[in-house]
Design a protein around this ligand. Sequence first.
Ligand SMILES: *[C@@H]1O[C@H](CO)[C@@H](O)[C@H](O)[C@H]1NC(C)=O
Ligand SMILES: *[C@@H]1O[C@H](CO)[C@@H](O)[C@H](O)[C@H]1NC(C)=O
Length: 442
Amino acid sequence: MRLWPRPRGAQNPLSPILLLVSQILSLFDLSLARGFHGIPGKYCSVRSPTCCENRDDECTAPILGDHLCYCDMFCDRGPHGGNDCCPDFYATCRGQADVPRALSGSECTLNGVRYYEGDEIKQNCESCICLYGVWKCDETACLIQPDILERINSGRYSWTGRNYSQFWGRTLADGIQYRLGTLFPERSVQNMNEIEIKTRDLPEHFDARQKWPGLIHPVLDQGDCGSSWTVSTTTISSDRLAIITDGKINAVLSPQHLLSCNQHRQRGCEGGYLDRAWWYIRKLGSGQGLTCPSGNNDSTAYKMTPPYRISSKEEDIMTEIITNGPVQATFIVHEDFFSYVSGVYQYSHLAESKGSRFTAEGYHSVRVIGWGIDYSTGRPIKYWLAANSWGENWGEQGFFRILRGENHCEFESFVIGAWGKGAKRRRRFKMRKLRRRMRKFF
Ligand SMILES: *[C@@H]1O[C@H](CO)[C@@H](O)[C@H](O)[C@H]1NC(C)=O
Ligand SMILES: *[C@@H]1O[C@H](CO)[C@@H](O)[C@H](O)[C@H]1NC(C)=O
């Protein structure tokens, strides 16, 4: 039996007494089984030559009676490869000044738990390994960055953050890839016709749920699927169909249906274009089932008019919401947004000082249902009220508030609406009105 197998040349077996001694020792200190650390004496330092290049199976010194330790560069094969270096190898051959620490510190602790040399653990989203008594982590940027969270919650910010268990342990790259999912609007959408809006007197606060009770649909959870393009489009369609029909059509249009059926030049759970999503609902409609229509054959599908773009003037957006219902906004999500829990969100820029690796952004689309002014911090802050698609346990019961009037994170630069094709009379009336307003769009 060998306590320290070396996957090469033969090794002298330990004498039975020494074997017993070292086994007893190993009960007290398991790290012994990972090498000869901590055994006093001179080994490499009294050899000639003291140390050997590369792998040299002759480059040994006797230790523990008739056992051998090694002074070649092959003796330390990393955390998983084993270690049969002489105790003074690190001092003699590597010139490491911190030998005592390397020897005694071949264990690491975390939250009071002892780990041994070579042990690997996950800390948040990072992989860390215990090397020479200290944790070496791979420095992956995580979705929840505890230092940023701490600074936001203890600083003077207009919002607070939280450590969400569904985001803990995930990488920032995953968050951007799987929790957003709106591809940057192509020129066709950027050039989408803007409607002219005659602004009206607007209240200081507005919440579509109060004006249209029972007609504004609940917050959904897109899960690990970059599908905000389908969730925002279908929930806005559902809301607006219900509003335009006075609740006669109060259906939940299926985001799954749009996701599965609108595949042409879309990327499913890796994101999609809003103009194509709206085109699909306009032409083929959004059903509640999963059978994809072939051509225009599903007369039960709910359809919408062509989408239109609302100017980025905040009064225009507000007028559109209060008149016709929730709108779709596309904005840039930055790394700190994931941990938002309450208040009026504004990008903190805090991660930028840690290096560009810790910042990331992506486009996301959401349903805007109202606005208001927050006075809780002492100075009034204007905000938009929007439904996200990360479930009801995120943010303010699934909703969030974000700075209004400054095109913050591009929130106001790309706002879309569309009409529900519902009750016929109302629809014709609305369509006439819409045609007048949209002028040359048709
Ligand atoms: C965040 O939450 C997870 C579990 O939900 C927990 O394991 C972790 O320790 C928390 N992190 C911080 C910094 O509070
Ligand atoms: C439309 O056509 C597809 C493919 O032929 C079919 O599977 C689907 O059931 C049809 N839908 C309706 C509502 O007839």
